[in-house]
Design a protein around this ligand. Structure first.
Ligand SMILES: Cc1cc2nc3c(=O)[nH]c(=O)nc-3n(C[C@H](O)[C@H](O)[C@H](O)COP(=O)(O)O)c2cc1C
Length: 226
């Protein structure tokens, strides 16, 4: 008798408008690393794919009365009328054992295209609410998620007492409000501070550090936040 274990799947959702950017280089390094570790790697490149980030009433079946976005999401899940692009991305999200959000920090948060991906794809009834609960009872419980991102500011600015304040303060709304909310166990983020000010040699070393961090995650040895 043979036993067969399916390869785990990693979904990388990438949000950078420039293929030559450091963010894109570290996303590519992470994808390679996960693939080398035996993951099936699925990459959603939101800019390259022209993802439309705005949640609007037009994506739903005609609404009677005032438009209530989450009620419409729940109805669309139940009636099988979710927008085809949202349904396709939701299916890819549900199929993933590991979610990696890859982006440059913009305004101490996610670029709008990635926030809009969460707005449209983390649908009520699909990943939380409806037949699912919240947090540990939500649809993605038992799966892992992590942030992979770059900053403009240096690391010391994001320490307690630094010019900007602790990085954890900026990440809380993503870690708790988006990822844990839908059930994910959140891993420590992988951050490259200020790649624009690095020499080529420093950038190469930073990419190597990304590979090492992602290899630990792939080996199930990544530490969780909190
Ligand atoms: C719209 C916008 C907002 C930004 N906001 C921040 C910010 O809040 N904090 C920060 O450290 N850098 C900020 N930056 C700088 C980027 O994070 C930085 O240029 C990027 O992470 C570098 O990686 P890249 O070369 O791959 O783009 C911002 C850049 C843009 C374009």
């Amino acid at each position: 008798m043979s036993t067969f274990t399916a390869a785990p799947t990693a979904l990388i959702v990438h949000a950078h408008p420039e293929p030559q950017s450091f963010s894109t280089a570290q996303m590519t390094a992470a994808a390679q690393c996960l693939g080398d570790a035996g993951y099936r790697v699925d990459v959603l490149d939101l800019y390259a794919d022209g993802w439309a980030p705005v949640l609007a009433r037009e994506e739903f079946a005609p609404v009677q009365g005032p438009f209530k976005p989450q009620a419409e999401q729940l109805r669309a899940v139940r009636e099988g009328t979710l927008d085809a692009a949202v349904r396709a991305h939701l299916d890819r999200l549900l199929a993933a054992d590991l979610l990696v959000l890859s982006f440059p920090m913009w305004w101490f948060s996610l670029p709008a295209v990635l926030k809009g991906w969460v707005d449209r794809v983390f649908v009520m009834g699909g990943v939380f609410g409806g037949d699912h609960g919240l947090f540990g009872d939500a649809a993605l419980a038992g799966k892992r998620a992590m942030l992979l991102f770059t900053t403009g500011g240096p690391g010391e600015s994001f320490r307690p007492g630094g010019a900007f304040g602790p990085m954890d303060d900026f990440l809380f709304h993503i870690h708790r409000g988006m990822l844990e909310f839908v059930g994910f166990q959140v891993l420590e983020p992988v951050i490259t501070y200020g790649p624009a000010r690095m020499t080529d040699q420093e950038r190469a070393a930073a990419l190597e550090a990304v590979r090492e961090s992602v290899a630990r995650v792939a080996a199930d040895a990544g530490t969780t936040v909190g």
